[in-house]
Design a protein around this ligand. Structure first.
Ligand code: PHE
Length: 344
């Protein structure tokens, strides 16, 4: 038995030396034959020697030869993988099968519209600014001319984190943050998420996307506001889109106007239209001339400068552009819905 044991050890040493530095399939095959070939392989012929051992020595000797065989097989397999990649994969891939197209993703419809809106304003010389979604009462309300306890706050009710912090109800606070840091001329848009105390229904959500805009410079008038928004809406929707301004109220603008567009679905011709409810108009934006008090709050002299501001819901715009009947579809993340939208 001890003679056999020595033989096994020697053989293993020789094998380990033999496989070192093998880089080609031919040599690998030769070594495999030399050691494992059924008739002549040195490992295989060791099994023949078992016959000459005493019966009680056979089990241990068998185990040792098997261990050597496994060692040799594992090493050869590892080398094979190193040279060619896993054999299993080579054998299993059927290259003649038809391929399966992989889905590489597509932008979310709200992002598509947000980018379209940004591109239109970038082409008009605006820049894109962002700000925090958790705001202070000062930036969300007070600096925008909502005094504490003023009833106008009711329309912008939101979730308060504590007495000082809340989820912003509009992106107007970004306008304040930019005006604090920069002197006019200012021309910015501020896209982002906003939050309100709303129960979800087809046209309301407690979280949605908004883009607001602000222009402050010498001699800015309501004509600039009207011209800018009309041009913007005609590019976003259609050059024949009708635009209408209605008087409105916002604490931070004076005068203020709501901006409607002629219904994109019925073209103001269907009294039973499900999108505009038959009224022919779709309410899309809030707007107005920046209240002089808001300019004072950020140390911009309202005698020297004036400005206009506006805000629109991106989800709402996307809803009309893609004719989606329910805002909630945007957030259910059903891939069958999301995959339909391609960049225009
Ligand atoms: N902040 C307003 C809103 O969220 C929109 C608005 C912006 C109105 C700027 C007028 C001027 O409803």
């Amino acid at each position: 038995m001890s003679g056999l044991k020595e033989k096994i050890e020697k053989l293993q040493e020789r094998f380990d030396e033999a496989i070192e530095g093998i880089t080609d399939e031919k040599t690998l095959q030769e070594v495999r034959n030399l050691y494992l070939s059924r008739s002549r392989g040195s490992v295989s012929s060791l099994f023949g020697e078992l016959k000459s051992l005493k019966p009680e020595e056979k089990p241990d000797a068998g185990k040792e030869i098997n261990a050597l065989k496994e060692h040799v097989q594992d090493k050869l397999q590892a080398l094979q993988t190193q040279l060619h990649g896993p054999k299993v994969v080579e054998e299993m891939v059927d290259l003649t099968l038809p391929g399966e197209a992989s889905y590489i993703g597509s932008p979310h419809p709200i992002l598509i519209i947000q980018q379209e809106i940004e591109n239109i304003f970038l082409s008009m010389g605006f820049s894109v600014e962002e700000g925090p979604e958790i705001e202070t009462d000062y930036y969300n309300f007070e600096a925008l001319n909502f005094p504490p306890h003023h009833p106008a706050r009711d329309d912008w009710d939101t979730l308060y984190i504590n007495d000082d912090f809340l989820l912003r109800t509009h992106t107007s606070p970004v306008q304040i943050r930019v005006m604090e840091k920069r002197k006019p001329p200012i021309r910015i848009i501020t896209p982002g998420k906003v939050f309100r105390k709303e129960s979800p229904d087809p046209t309301h959500l407690p979280m949605f996307y908004q883009v607001e805009g602000l222009v402050v410079d010498r001699g800015i008038t309501f004509a600039h506001l009207k011209g800018t928004l009309e041009s913007f809406l005609k590019v976003l929707f259609h050059e024949k889109t009708k635009v209408r301004f209605r008087p409105s109220f916002f604490p931070f603008t004076e005068p203020s106007a709501e901006v409607d567009i002629g219904c994109t679905v019925c073209n103001r011709e269907d009294s039973a239209c499900r999108v505009c409810g038959g009224g022919g108009w779709i309410e899309l934006l809030g707007s107005g001339m920046v209240d002089p008090q808001v300019l004072k709050n950020v140390n911009i002299d309202p005698e020297e400068y004036s400005g206009f501001a506006f805000g629109l819901g991106i989800d709402r715009a996307a809803m009309f552009l893609y004719q989606i009947p329910d805002l909630r579809y945007f957030y259910e993340n059903d891939l069958r819905f999301i995959r339909q939208f391609l960049q225009k």
